[in-house]
Design a protein around this ligand. Structure first.
Ligand code: ADP
Ligand code: 5GP
Length: 209
């Protein structure tokens, strides 16, 4: 798999243990950034009552998911908690071509694949202030049954350890708005750094002509 440098937009990967607040943070980022695009993943997981097809995920059968994998329509994909999740390529490419901040809320296996394809991706791992708070949020949102919620909680440590290698930024989601401000700061710093490098390269090329 060869690396694809991002010509204009910025790829931002947001990962973290289940229940840490990734979805909540991403929704806030969309409100506060006027040039952000939030990728809607495809999943073979069954839709819950509150979820909306096309807004939360594109819900498809296992066969349809594999069909899309076979056709090369997904940038990355992974099996998480027994279901498949993947990032559609087409909409992401459009967002990047339009110089947008493309936010991917995906797991660490997917994050690793994205970093290999887009080495300039901004990798942010979200942590809870402590394990008790994480458990409280996971059980408090009342989306999963107890067994599923426990399975999600027990995976948290594995995710945190796997994240050490690929995620250069870690943000603690204690106060929501503070965490979102910190993430916006990280994204802006990375975009400014990239612009500076691009300008310097252009100047160097002009001088050598
Ligand atoms: P994830 O997408 O990581 O699984 P969610 O965004 O669904 O997590 O959040 C899990 C629960 O935690 C939700 O009930 C959400 O309202 C709550 N939550 C998110 N951020 C905070 C925060 N900073 N403080 C308290 N509760 C939070
Ligand atoms: P949930 O079932 O809670 O919505 O998501 C379970 C896990 O799947 C979360 O860790 C979430 O970040 C991850 N996930 C969601 N979409 C994608 C995706 O497109 N690719 C990958 N690799 N993981 C995803």
């Amino acid at each position: 798999m060869s690396a694809r440098p991002v010509k204009s937009g910025t790829v931002v990967v947001i990962s973290g243990p289940s229940g840490v607040g990734k979805g909540t943070i991403c929704r806030e980022l969309l409100k506060r950034l006027d040039n952000a695009y939030l990728s809607v993943s495809v999943t073979s997981r069954p839709k819950t009552e509150k979820e909306v097809d096309g807004r939360d995920y594109w819900f498809v059968s296992y066969e349809e998911f594999q069909n899309r994998v076979g056709k090369g329509l997904l940038l990355e994909y992974a099996e998480v908690f027994g279901n498949f999740y993947g990032t559609p390529k087409d909409k992401l490419d459009e967002a990047l071509a339009a110089n947008k901040i493309a936010i991917l809320e995906i797991d660490v296996q997917g994050g690793k694949q994205v970093k290999q394809i887009y080495p300039e991706a901004v990798m942010i791992f979200i942590l809870a202030p402590n394990q008790k708070e994480l458990a409280g949020r996971l059980f408090g949102r009342a989306r999963d049954d107890e067994k599923t919620a426990n399975k999600r909680l027990s995976r948290a440590q594995t995710e945190i350890e796997a994240a050490q290698r690929f995620y250069e930024h870690r943000v603690i989601n204690d106060n929501l708005q503070d965490a979102v401000s910190e993430i916006i700061g990280i994204i802006e710093t990375e975009r400014t750094r990239k612009r500076t490098v691009t300008n310097k390269c252009n100047e160097a090329m002009e001088q050598s002509e």
